[in-house]
Design a binder for this molecule. Structure first.
Ligand code: NAD
Length: 248
């Protein structure tokens, strides 16, 4: 196979675990210099220890803060070809009557505001270069109302709106912006059922409709396709990689 990202620089958030980690590894294996972001310094250290052969630079910190967004853009340097916004957190499946402010704010900050800040930080360099690809990780919960709690569902619908508007705005600048909507994936994401009501409503339904659990590498394949020149004619789409859940 050809190395699709030879000579390119990519930023990946949530690179310490799961989908972000598989994406960072795949991009680097295909030739990219990768700036790997995670809130967990320990996970980033594990990643680089496991892959000394890869060109990985790590930045530990909360990607929903402006300081970390700027640090990531600076670490990437003059050339930023790819931004993969993968970091995200769940919401305990809390429905509207039960959601607490702390959960709502944290989920919106990490799942939505982080994407806004980091995209804003990298776009000037992409605009100047006249090229660049951005891939945002949404969710089945961005496509339907029956996959998570209200905060997470709202946040992932917002990711899709953000993706489409930004794709529209910057298409004339040669920048493509797409989203991937994973179904269930085997990762370290914490998804406790903190609501009895939600467990009763969603639990039985999800057991029936979820086709199966994917690997992080399967999601990395979709994300890197959208990040690569193979998808040159594709922008503003939401690519479900969910074993067919979204077809139900
Ligand atoms: P994961 O928990 O295995 O990995 C996410 C990583 O993001 C973790 O290493 C975590 O430390 C990091 N992170 C969390 N908050 C951060 C912050 N503020 N700043 C920087 N890093 C932060 O989870 P995953 O399943 O790989 O999730 C990746 C993305 O996929 C998320 O956006 C999630 O919503 C989405 N997703 C996952 C599933 C699934 O079933 N696993 C399904 C649909 C969507």
């Amino acid at each position: 196979t050809t190395a699709r990202f030879e000579g390119r620089t990519a930023i990946v958030t949530g690179a310490g675990s799961g989908i972000g980690r598989a994406t960072a590894v795949r991009l680097a294996q295909e030739g990219a210099r990768v700036v790997a972001s995670d809130i967990s310094a320990e996970r980033l250290a594990e990643l680089t220890a496991e892959h000394p052969e890869l060109a990985l630079v790590t930045v530990a910190g909360d990607v929903s803060t402006e300081a970390v967004a700027r640090q990531l853009a600076a670490e990437a340097g003059d050339r930023i070809d790819v931004l993969a916004n993968v970091a995200g957190i769940m919401d305990g499946f809390l429905p509207a009557a039960e959601v607490d402010d702390a959960t709502w704010e944290r989920v919106m900050n990490v799942n939505v505001t982080a994407i806004m800040r980091l995209t804003r930080a990298v776009l000037p360099k992409m605009i100047e270069a006249g090229s660049g690809t951005i891939v945002n990780v949404a969710s089945e919960a961005g496509l339907r109302g029956s996959a998570a709690g209200v905060a997470y569902t709202t946040s992932k619908h917002a990711v899709i709106g953000y993706t489409k508007n930004t794709a529209f705005m910057y298409a004339p600048k040669g920048i493509r912006v797409n989203a991937v909507a994973p179904g269930a994936v085997a990762t370290n994401i914490e998804a406790p059922w903190n609501s009895e009501w939600a467990a009763g409503r969603l639990g039985p339904l999800m057991q029936v409709v979820i086709p199966g659990v994917a690997t992080p590498e399967q999601l990395a394949a979709a994300i890197t396709w959208l990040a690569s020149d193979d998808s040159a004619n594709v922008t503003g789409v939401v690519l479900a990689s969910d074993g067919g859940w979204s077809a139900i």
